[in-house]
Design a protein around this ligand. Sequence first.
Ligand code: MV4
Length: 496
Amino acid sequence: MFKKILIANRGEIALRIIRACKDLGITSAAIYSEADKKSLHTRFADEAHLIGPPQSDKSYLNKEKIIKLAREIGADAIHPGYGFFSENADFIEFVEKSGLTFIGPSSESVRMMGIKTAARQLMKENNVPIVPGLTEPIKSTIEAKKFAKKIGYPILLKASAGGGGKGMRKIAGELEFDSAFEATKREALKAFADDSIYIEKFIENPKHIEVQVIADKHGNYRHLFERECSIQRRHQKIIEEAPSEFVDDKTREKITEAALNAAKACNYFNAGTIEFLMDSDKSFYFLEMNTRLQVEHPVTELISGIDLVAEQISIASGNKISFDQNEVNISGYAIECRIYAEDSFNGFLPSTGVIAHYNQPSGPDVRIDAGCNAGSEITMFYDPMIAKLCTWANSKQQAIKKMLRALSEFYISGVITNIEFLKLIIQHPDFNNGTYGINFIDSNISDILSTAEKVESDDKEEAAAILAALIKYESISNNVDNSIKNENRWGELNNE
Ligand code: MV4
């Protein structure tokens, strides 16, 4: 096992990795930028090393400096977390050549999954269903138009080197083809320095279902079931669940088998996720593979009882996976809400500033992964996620109830958060029914925002009525009325 791990990340995920290191008896070494001198990850790690200025490219993305530091401090391995270097094949290769261990897949596996057309071809050859479409970049627009007609409009043009929503364009019919083709090519060249594009059939409002896999360096592969990640806005996930109530046992059997085939096809080791689109008839199609630990991994940990980060570290050091497939079962239901510093009711504008007060929920079946507390600053330099709040219960309905309870216990001042917006989403009838696809937020935004206005005006009326009642009451007695109905009284308690 490793003696010391350098954590090439910040925020909540750096803390998550520090905790796993402590549990395993491994020394944790944090790196931090000048903006993170007082951050939790800097304080909680066994040791912390200043890496550079606040800008990511000068600190958390300074490849040479990070590897040099790892050598100097005698680290045996580097954990990249998510984002930053986690899926950068050049960085991984650099780590491999330096003699250190990268806690993640090989640079080769990451490269194989990086080019979408090649990944689709590989999946096709390995019994993983792909969205109908091309597995090679378009060479001739005449041929491409013939192909589009054959599979039927609408279609999507996608950048071969793309992913995560960039370099993608919908075409409703042949008339739009030429201009869309040129525009997507330009975009792809600009974003990925590669103008190869290909065609997929457009799937209307599918679900986004992903499967967690894990593999060791001895050829053992396991899956840890699926996550439902359809509640998103502009490719930013907001709420994730495990398992998906939409996935029945038969479909689960098929989709997890497909995911294992995908991992085997690229000789994968460590933790990874296979993303699928799922149609209303439960047919599913490979979308892409995320060759890293994901933000939403806690919901999988909650339903499986497996510590994914500890397992990642153990596998990277050469151990076999610690469990058999038949030893893991789905236990209960978990939901994750991402708490962002943003003004959801005002164009989702990011909200920067210093967090003045911070109280986080706790109690039975609540898990918090937070990177901030009182005094932390939300800056433009990094992701505005404040915390991940998960609840666990025997059923989705109970998990939602616990989530509402927990969300109401949050008290954050100094920055605006999306907590009220999250409460509205989880109370929406469609969220409760499970009948939603990736368009859920966009399609229901006016509905959700108007509910917020209604709640607010009800509150005002109610507040006025309570005040009137109080005045009347106080004129008779000096007793303090403790019966004010207010689900969050932090403001009062802090005399704000
Ligand atoms: C699609 C699609 C519909 N049909 N492909 C967006 C991100 C990129 N990874 C793939 N994406 C999509 N590909 C076909 N053939 C719809 C999306 C999509 C999406 C997918 C997953 C999660 C959120 C999404 C939001 C918008 C569009």
